[in-house]
Ligand binder design. Structure first.
Ligand SMILES: Nc1ncnc2c1ncn2[C@@H]1O[C@H](COP(=O)(O)OP(=O)(O)OP(=O)(O)O)[C@@H](O)[C@H]1O
Length: 318
């Protein structure tokens, strides 16, 4: 079902200020979607509306065919995982995870709670108090607590932003694994394009409360349609073409050492496998990346370069 979660012409406002105007999108059952965009573009506001934490100025939200627009959060069958873990510090991992089921008055909850704790890899910590866990582990408790009530949709707001690089990777794997095993539909918010690319099946890119582009992660990475999307996905060179259309190149698509253009090396940053040069040219600044095992250019040196058309992405206005 491609419209398992459906936002139809949703407008969200804080008082008189519209944060998200007329937003529509659909999500399929079992999809893992990233809402991506810079700070203030309306990602969190959109999540809050899906969760029922914020009323709609207009429009509707459906989940699994049911109109949830006017339902309170507890009736929407939506789970929420925030960057701050909001765990009960005086309760154990087990008790934290069991909480939602107890509140619902469910009996015989032990197998469900244990399965949820196991699914996030924390079985050996079940009896530990949550303040005695690492940030990454607390995040996993938070995830297990949301999963145990078997939500139709799991909403994650910047779920990895408090974690260091290694834990992020670990958590990404936990999330993907959970999606695969439970088939739960997930929507997560991030401002980090690499995180969106690593995790999401599909990316919805937002700017100023509107969708700029949405599509499969790979398509978004390879074929951004606008200057904004290109810039967001690391096409750092955006130049006007002779036909009036802008074209964009990644730094590693710029050929240095030969070509019809000339510039002066202004600076260099070492990136391990490659060096990225900032080159001053009469078309503006260009960034070009070159494998680090090739000889380095010196600052002030004049270099020839090419902007290969085969590696350019043509952009639409906007
Ligand atoms: N409580 C509030 N009152 C008034 N305006 C708000 C409130 N919360 C958010 N906004 C405004 O709504 C817009 C969208 O904010 P939102 O938090 O949804 O953005 P975001 O994309 O999630 O940003 P971030 O990544 O920084 O969390 C912004 O212009 C913001 O200033």
């Amino acid at each position: 079902m491609s419209d398992y979660v459906k936002l139809d012409d949703v407008t969200l406002a804080y008082g008189d200020v519209v944060a998200v105007p007329n937003l529509s999108f659909e999500i399929g059952k079992g999809e893992l979607i990233a809402l991506l965009g810079p700070s203030g573009c309306g990602k969190t506001t959109t999540m809050r509306a899906i969760a029922g934490l914020m009323g709609l100025a207009s429009g509707s939200i459906h989940i699994d065919g049911r109109d949830v627009t006017n339902l309170p959060p507890s009736k929407r069958e939506v789970g929420l995982v925030f960057q701050s873990y909001a765990l009960f510090p005086h309760l154990s991992v087990y008790e934290n995870v069991a909480f939602g089921l107890k509140m619902r008055g469910e009996k015989n909850i032990k197998p469900k709670v244990e399965a949820a704790i196991e699914s996030v890899g924390l079985s050996q910590f079940a009896n530990r108090l949550t303040p005695d866990l690492s940030g990454g582990q607390q995040q996993r408790v938070s995830l297990a607590r949301s999963l145990v009530v078997e939500p139709k949709v799991l909403l994650l707001d910047e779920p990895l932003s408090n974690l260091d690089a290694r834990l992020r990777l670990e958590m990404q794997m936990v999330l993907k694994d959970i999606q695969k095993r439970t088939g739960v539909t997930m929507i997560f918010v991030t401002h980090d394009q690499s995180e969106a690319l690593a995790l999401a099946d599909r990316i919805v890119l937002m700017k100023d409360g509107k969708i700029v582009q949405s599509g499969l992660a790979e398509d978004m990475y390879n074929a951004p349609e606008t200057r904004f999307a290109a810039d967001f996905f690391g096409f750092e060179n955006i130049l006007p073409g002779e036909d009036g259309r802008e074209r964009a190149w990644r730094p590693n698509a710029i050929r240095l050492g030969e070509g019809p253009y000339e510039g002066r090396i202004r600076g260099m940053s070492f990136g391990g496998d490659y060096r990225t040069y900032v080159i001053e040219t009469d078309r503006g600044q260009i960034k070009g990346a070159v494998a680090a095992d090739l000889p380095a250019y010196a600052e002030g040196e004049t270099v020839r370069f090419d902007l290969p058309m085969a590696q350019a992405v043509a952009l639409q206005a906007g």
